[in-house]
Write a protein of this length. Sequence first.
Length: 263
Amino acid sequence: MKNDMRPFQSWFGRYTRRFLKNFKGDDRNALALKIYHSQQVRKIIKELSKRIGLSRKEIFLAEISGLFHDIGRFEQFRKYHTFYDLKSEDHAALSCNVLKKEGVLDTLSGVERDLVLDSIFVHNKFSIPQDFKGLKLIISKLLRDADKIDIWRVFDDFYQMSKGSSEINLGLPMGEKISEKVFSQFMKEEIVNIKDVKSQVDFMVMRLSWLYDINFKESLLKIVKRGYIDTIFRLLPEDEKTNAIREKIFSFIEKRGVYGKGS
Ligand SMILES: [Fe+2]
């Protein structure tokens, strides 16, 4: 059947179960969260693709990218017992290697396969390469947005309900103040470099800075409506830096034509 996700879904199920089986407790939960995340990103990218008017075939390719973008996480965790790329290896590159090695995308045409692999490869990079054009560029942008939206959910659950594994904080200390370097990057509307993140407080500011990299207005609206930004502000220290960040973020959101909750 044309544009059928079922064979991809069943491969995904078989592959991920192989890893789940070998872990217990927190480790198993951390991996289960990655499975759920993959499915959520697939759903979000499908929704966004429809909303911006992509064709059935294009939505299908976007869904495949969403489902498999983090497939390398399983091998990463098995090998290094962490999701921290800097302490292990680039998980997006690993995702591409797994897909190639397992022949998962062999039923697609060469062009489609390259599109899926390239969008996956750049999903966690600082920016999308200049030479990405047409559908490849659109799907890469959608994937980055969908991934960020769902990562926000993961953290939101963690902070609001202490749900999930502490692995998602990369084991960082809580910290009391926002680091100067992180703050100045944020105020310049730059995406905070993970290398400068020293604590969970910095980490939250880094997450906020991802808003600068959101490609579609539809995505930004989803983030605001889900209340993820509010959760972060409840957790940041009450000081001048946080106030400056708050002002900055709200004027940025307004500039993009998105106005608060329920509007
Ligand atoms: Fe990822």
